[in-house]
Design a protein around this ligand. Structure first.
Ligand SMILES: *Cc1c(COP(=O)(O)O)cnc(C)c1O
Length: 418
């Protein structure tokens, strides 16, 4: 562990990925530890959007669907994201939101599973999964006469798989509240043995931790564009399907962009070959352009392994410094110490006062977020987070806790988004 700000600065000088921070527009005086909720703005994005708006749209008008390659954006950006998650070219497309993609992929998986083994009517997930995934699963369970069964803790999942009756296992690879990382390979192996299809949500994984969808033998996956992929607020999401299912699975939102021949304008639906069938309507070209700039910042790191090394070094240092400098305040580390089980964030539970503590931190320029009921969440995007940011964040946390400044009334007011 380091004992001074100087030592943190020295770690930054020795960091082979330090130069990547220059690709981002970050406000002065802010330590941004919320890239897991909204990735920072890439410097290239404004000029790229201006080009797409003024030249491609303004001058090229409708011709840009062909000339500027707008029609290919979902597949082209999909191929770039594929390199980050162990997918092959053509297997992954960018479309819609994560919630909508969960709907499409989970439905496709359920239809396949129920056709093969109609007596198995359970969707397995976790009680502490991100709620939108569970809400969508509830809706599909109702629609297909299935039951959603939830593991209370990750350790229960293997025994629940063994008990049988499961059609599809739907998990989020890195948990949003705890930062805990599942062993995707082991769970997929067991699921395959039990004849269970798998759907992975990579919202907190893509661009943050190495993922190997094909190597680990997953069936379906979805992920988010505005977190570690830096695609901008509400950026389009992605969906992946294993090659063995791509030409046979059916997704329910059978819109014309997923048709084999959208511009034949035939009255009846025929799905496009491969993962393109997961497209529904016209792609949001401006949002896709911003997403591509964001994905390019991750590709500039030259592979996920260097990013993973730095991410673990940042989270390890944060945990050590919090214990050394804030040890007497009763913060509880919720994120696993075991690095094989840790994503790219650190979460600290602080009983009833996590919300005002986070508001006080934000007011002092350290931006993390609060997750109900008691979590202080800090995301470490290795592309632009420095070791000195970790040092400064912990010093500020210690000041807020030591001084009790979080008790001021203004830190207790809640906005619509926390
Ligand atoms: C962030 C996140 C989402 C977001 O879904 P949207 O449809 O983009 O709002 C979904 N699932 C998980 C696990 C997430 O972390």
């Amino acid at each position: 562990m380091i004992a001074s700000r100087q030592e943190a600065l020295a770690l930054d000088r020795d960091d082979p990925l330090a130069h990547l921070r220059e690709r981002f527009e970050l406000p002065d005086g802010v330590v941004y530890l919320d890239g897991n909720s909204l990735g920072a703005l890439p410097r290239a994005t404004p000029a790229c959007l201006e080009e797409v708006v003024k030249r491609e749209w303004g001058q090229g008008l409708i011709g840009s669907w062909n000339e500027a390659g707008w029609a290919q954006l979902p597949a082209r950006i999909g191929d770039k994201i594929a390199t980050l998650v162990g997918a092959n070219p053509g297997e992954l497309v960018v479309a819609d939101s994560t919630s909508v993609n969960v709907y499409k992929a989970l439905s496709a998986a359920l239809v396949m599973a129920l056709a093969k083994r109609p007596q198995r009517r359970r969707i397995l997930s976790e009680r502490h999964n991100f709620p939108t995934d569970l809400y969508i699963a509830e809706s599909l369970a109702r629609q297909y006469g299935c039951e959603l069964v939830l593991a209370d803790v990750p350790e229960q999942i293997p025994e629940m798989l063994e008990q049988g009756g499961i059609a599809v296992m739907m998990l989020t690879h890195v948990n949003y509240r705890t930062g805990r990382l599942h062993d995707m390979a082991a769970l997929n192996r067991q699921a395959r043995r039990e004849g269970v299809l798998t759907l992975w949500d990579l919202a907190h994984s893509a661009g943050a931790v190495p993922v190997d969808l094909n190597g680990d033998d997953a069936d379906f996956a979805v992920g988010c564009g505005y977190k570690y992929l830096n695609g901008g607020p509400g950026a389009p999401a992605f969906v992946w399907v294993h090659g063995r299912h791509a030409d046979t699975c059916r997704q329910p939102l059978s819109g014309w962009f997923g048709h084999a021949e959208p511009f034949a304008f035939t009255p009846s639906y025929a799905p496009a070959p491969g993962s393109s069938r997961f497209l529904c309507g016209t792609p949001a070209v401006l949002a896709m352009a911003a997403l591509e700039c964001g994905v390019d910042t991750v590709l500039a790191a030259g592979g996920m392994h260097g990013l993973r090394r730095k991410s673990l070094a940042l989270t390890r240092l944060f945990i050590e410094l919090v214990e050394a400098h804030c040890g007497e305040h009763g913060l509880e580390l919720v994120t696993p110490r075991d690095e094989a089980l840790r994503g790219s964030q650190v979460c600290l539970a602080y009983a009833d006062n996590a919300y005002p503590v986070m508001q006080a931190l934000i007011a002092h320029g350290v931006v993390g977020d609060f997750r109900a009921p008691d979590i202080l969440r800090f995301g470490f995007t290795p592309l632009y987070t420095r070791y000195v940011d970790v040092w400064d964040a912990v010093q500020e946390l210690a000041r807020v806790l030591d001084s009790g400044s979080w008790r001021q009334a203004r830190y207790h007011r809640k906005g619509a988004v926390t």
